[in-house]
Design a protein around this ligand. Sequence first.
Ligand code: G16
Length: 559
Amino acid sequence: MADPGGSQRAALLAVASLFPVPAGATFSYGTAGFRADGSTMAPAVCRAGIVAALRSLKLGGAAVGLVITASHNPVADNGVKIVDADGGMMSQAWEPFSDALANAPTPDALLQLVLQFAKDEGITLGGGHSAQVLLARDTRPTGEYLLHVAVKGISTIVGSVALDMGILTTPQLHWMVRNKNRGLKASEADYFTQIAESFRHLLELTPDDKGIDDLNEKLIVDGANGIGGLKLEQIKSNLARLDILVRNSGKEGEGILNERCGADFVQKEKVLPLGFGPNDVGVRCASFDGDADRLVYFHVTSPSKTSVDLVDGDKILSLFVLFIREQLDIINGEDNKGLLPTRFGVVQTAYANGASTEFLKNLGLEVVFTSTGVKYLHKKALEYDIGVYFEANGHGTVLFNDEFVSRLESLTARLSEAAGSPQHQAASRLVAASQLINQAVGDAISGMLLVEAVLQHKRWSFQNWCDLYTDLPSKQLKVKVKDRTSIVTTDAERKVCQPSGLQELIDKEVVNYSHGRCFVRPSGTEDVVRVYAEASTVEAAESLAKSVAQHVERILGFC
Ligand code: G16
């Protein structure tokens, strides 16, 4: 092991003393980083800063990202996510070390963990490369302080550089890290330019373009009172053919982050977010979550109701799949043997509505399942030339493999002599889509623009989109228990293996319901067990969820 030197050791010991882990606290990296009440997060954030700097060193000094956000959680919570050098989530192989470091009980324990880990990973401390970490935060009140704490953690690794990119959406930071490491333009202005230009380009490729009517241009966006609304306000005047009105925009006095608004609220409760009402009947509405990495759409059904027609991540995925398939069929023919044979795959989780999976399978598509968490879906989607993944909660994107994009661009160049031919147009649409949709992570803003472009391409109303298939009624419940981690699942979280007996009880309940399906899993972002149930009627789905929640409470101990 290279001797990290006295100053390196002293810096690690000093920062660990400055941000000790309180007795009884345990941090776990979870579904998407560390999360808890913002006032308790400093030790975990500081240590995440150390991890991020080490990760950069491990990757030869490539930029990695660190974002201070708790996404869909209430405003008092906060958290930290680490972005890997490819722009995706931090390698899962580093999670055990991150957990150990976040929970290191004493300064000396922290020092020893870092030294041992650096040795095991072949990381040279205090020499060779310097680490580079890009930081951002969302709008939470504890964000500024926690970002400052993260910088302290990063700075313990001698020679590291921490670059504060400001208040950003989580997907913007992922995009910046990815671009920076690819030697591409990576500022916020570059991000806005890229999505506005590729959106305009995609619209220009709309077949028999006759423009759209006023109603279809109108889009109302619920910004969850978070950063996504603020960013959309910044860019909306540059977006062709869209008349966007932002509500819950995050501006002073508009409302509280994620409180009765935002994608998580709308998707789970299936009711109008604050600020929406009878005057919005018939207008297309979209909802972002607090850090704008999730997107759902909805319609106000009638002036007298607060319920909504919801278009969740499953239907966004289905819309994208239809669009991409249409272009691939034009290029390749339906037997996929034409100019650019393509491996096209779809990734979902157990939360995907059964009707969506059946719809996709009926299209002849390969549908695979992973555990909840973008980190799992993204990895799986990378196995295809084009991989589309979405969680029902609206978190997802379309990944175009680099080598495939090169082949696609060559094909487009080759076909340019026949510019305007259906094949040239289809290939150009795919190139534009690959530039519009965020290749690093799910992104509510760029995802929304791809939705809008596809709806215009298909000349579809919101209702046409809704009618693609009928969701099976579903219900989600949260159960507070003594220790949610005592639930262990298997089969992409569709079955419980511990505590023993629970799965048998779930099975016994499910057989009583037509189209019944139910699973339970510990949340990785909140201290709850989640229960999901699906059945042929709303009442049946609610009753199934409730019965299973009672079993969970009884076996795990209600809290
Ligand atoms: C995070 C993850 C998502 C996951 C969600 C809920 O979302 O990025 O992939 O679906 O948490 O996870 P859990 O059910 O484990 O609480 P976000 O938008 O909160 O970062």
